[in-house]
Design a protein around this ligand. Structure first.
Ligand code: SF4
Length: 417
C-alpha cells in the first residue's frame, strides 16, 4: 500500500508505504505507533470479558442515567466518529470537550478575538524564505516537519535549506535550534513583551523600545525585526511555549497582531503546531455541529461555551460530571491529580485501541480498531487540509464509528426518542 497516512502527529504524513506489518517513511514516533503490539483483547465490564453489544448496552445505560456526563478525548479518531460524539453529548445533555482544552485552546480564544492570518503547509514548503519556530520544537514533536514542510523541504520557489532563513525563538536551546540560522533565547514568560517590541520596531517606533526586552538586547530585537521584514514570504510556526506560558491567549493575540503588522510590508502566515493527528477535527467538527470547538455544555438543551466551566478539567474539579466517556485519549496520564481522582470516583467508559493509564480506572473498556491501519475515515492535518485515512488491514475490532453508532442508537432507544 503506497501513500498511506500516519495517524500520530499533526503532520499527518501521507507518503507512508505499508507492507502489512511495517510502514516505510515513518519517523521513530510514527513507527512506534504502527508497530504497537499491546492491545486489549475484548470489551470488559469491571474486568470481565463481554461482547461488544453487551459493553455498549451497559455504557449507554450509564450515560442515560447520568445527570451530566462528560464526553472527552476525540483528537485521535476520525471526523465521522467525532460527529457522533457531539450528537451523543447533545442527546445526553452532557459536556463535549476535547484534547485541545489542555493544549492549544488559548489559540482558539485568540482566534475568536483576532482571527488568524493562516495558510497551508504547502505554502510553507513552496514559498517560505523565512521560517520562524516560536516556542515549539518540531525536531522532537513533529519529526518529519523539517524535511516535508519547512527547513529542508524542496518547493517550487524554495529548493532546499540554503534558500531559507530559519529562526528559532525559545526559552532554551532545543533540538530545532540546532537547525536554525539564528537562535534567540528569551526569558520564560516574556513572549508578549518581545512581540510588542518587535511590532514597535516594524511600525517604525524603535525609540519606544527599551534597551533590553525579555532577555534580548535592542540590537538583537532590531536584527530579528530586519530578518522578518526582509522575508518575501514568511511563516511563523508556534507551539505550546506560547499557549502554556504567562499570557496564554494574549500571547497568541499578540503574535497575530505582529503578523498583521508584517503583512503591511510583506507576506506572512501563522500556523500553530498541533499535536495529535486529528485534534483540528475534534474542534472543527464540534464547531460545525454546535458552533464551538471545545468546552461545550448541552445540559440546558442547547450548546453553551465557557472554558472556565466546561473544560473536562474544570468540570471534574468542580464535580459537575457524574459519568465519563473517554474516546481515543488518556486523560489520567495528563490531567491534574485532583481531576484524575474525580474520574476514579465516577463511572468511566473508555474506547481506545490500546491500554493506557485511563484503562486502570475505567469501569467499561471497549477496544477499538486503530485509525489509519484498521479503520478508515476523514481527518484534518494541522493546517486544516482534509485527508482520507485508509484501512490497511482487516481486523475483528470494531471501529470508533461502529461503537459510537450503536451507542447512539441505544441511547435514543433508552430515552424513547
Ligand atoms: Fe507520523 Fe508525525 Fe512522524 Fe509524520 S512526523 S511519520 S505524522 S509521527
Amino acid at each position: 500500500m503506497k501513500n498511506a497516512i500516519c495517524t500520530f502527529c499533526g503532520n499527518v504524513c501521507d507518503d507512508i508505504e505499508f507492507d502489512g506489518t511495517v510502514g516505510k517513511n515513518l519517523c521513530p514516533i510514527g513507527e512506534a505507533k504502527f508497530a504497537a503490539k499491546r492491545r486489549m483483547e475484548a470489551p470488559t465490564i469491571e474486568g470481565e470479558k463481554v461482547s461488544y453489544e453487551e459493553a455498549i448496552e451497559r455504557a449507554a445505560e450509564i450515560l442515560v442515567n447520568a445527570k451530566r456526563p462528560l464526553l472527552y478525548g476525540w483528537a485521535s479518531t476520525v471526523n465521522e466518529a467525532i460527529k457522533l460524539g457531539v450528537i451523543l453529548a447533545e442527546k445526553l445533555g452532557g459536556i463535549y470537550d476535547q484534547c485541545s482544552s489542555v493544549c492549544h485552546a488559548p489559540s482558539t480564544l485568540a482566534m475568536i478575538e483576532e482571527g488568524i492570518p493562516g495558510g497551508t503547509l504547502g505554502q510553507a514548503k513552496n514559498r517560505a524564505d523565512v521560517i520562524v519556530f516560536w516556542g515549539c520544537n518540531p525536531v522532537e514533536a513533529h519529526p518529519r516537519h523539517p524535511s516535508r514542510y519547512s527547513v529542508m523541504a524542496r518547493g517550487f520557489l524554495t529548493k532546499g535549506r540554503q534558500y531559507r532563513h530559519i529562526v528559532v525563538v525559545d526559552v532554551r536551546k532545543t533540538a530545532t535550534a540546532y537547525l536554525a540560522t539564528e537562535f534567540y533565547q528569551i526569558k520564560p514568560g516574556y513572549d508578549f513583551a518581545v512581540f510588542t517590541a518587535l511590532r514597535s520596531i516594524v511600525n517604525g517606533h524603535e525609540d519606544a523600545v527599551p534597551d533590553e526586552v525579555g532577555g534580548l538586547s535592542k540590537e538583537k530585537l532590531k536584527e530579528l525585526a530586519d530578518v522578518l521584514m526582509d522575508g518575501k514570504y514568511g511563516v511563523i510556526f508556534y507551539g505550546l511555549g506560547l499557549t502554556h506560558s504567562r499570557g496564554q491567549d494574549r500571547n497568541v493575540e499578540c503574535i497575530v497582531k505582529l503578523v498583521q503588522t508584517l503583512n503591511r510590508q510583506t507576506r506572512y502566515i501563522l500556523q500553530p503546531m498541533r499535536g495529535h493527528f486529528n485534534v483540528v477535527g475534534a474542534g472543527a467538527v464540534a464547531a460545525w455541529e454546535a458552533g464551538y470547538e471545545y468546552a461545550i455544555d448541552f445540559s440546558r438543551g442547547y450548546p453553551r461555551f465557557s472554558p472556565s466551566e466546561f473544560t473536562a478539567v474544570e468540570a471534574l474539579l468542580r464535580k459537575d460530571c457524574d459519568a465519563a466517556l473517554i474516546v481515543a485519549s488518556d486523560p489520567a496520564a495528563h490531567f491534574p491529580k485532583k481531576a484524575v481522582e474525580r474520574l476514579a470516583e465516577i463511572p468511566v467508559i473508555q474506547i481506545d485501541p490500546h491500554p493506557n493509564v485511563t484503562t486502570l480506572l475505567a469501569d467499561i473498556v471497549i477496544p477499538s480498531a486503530i485509525v489509519g491501519i484498521e479503520a478508515e475515515g476523514t481527518v484534518y492535518r494541522m493546517d486544516g487540509i482534509p485527508l482520507r485515512v485508509k484501512k490497511l488491514r482487516e481486523t475483528e475490532y470494531w471501529s470508533d464509528y461502529q461503537i459510537l453508532r450503536l451507542m447512539l442508537d441505544k441511547v435514543i432507544q433508552m430515552k424513547g426518542e
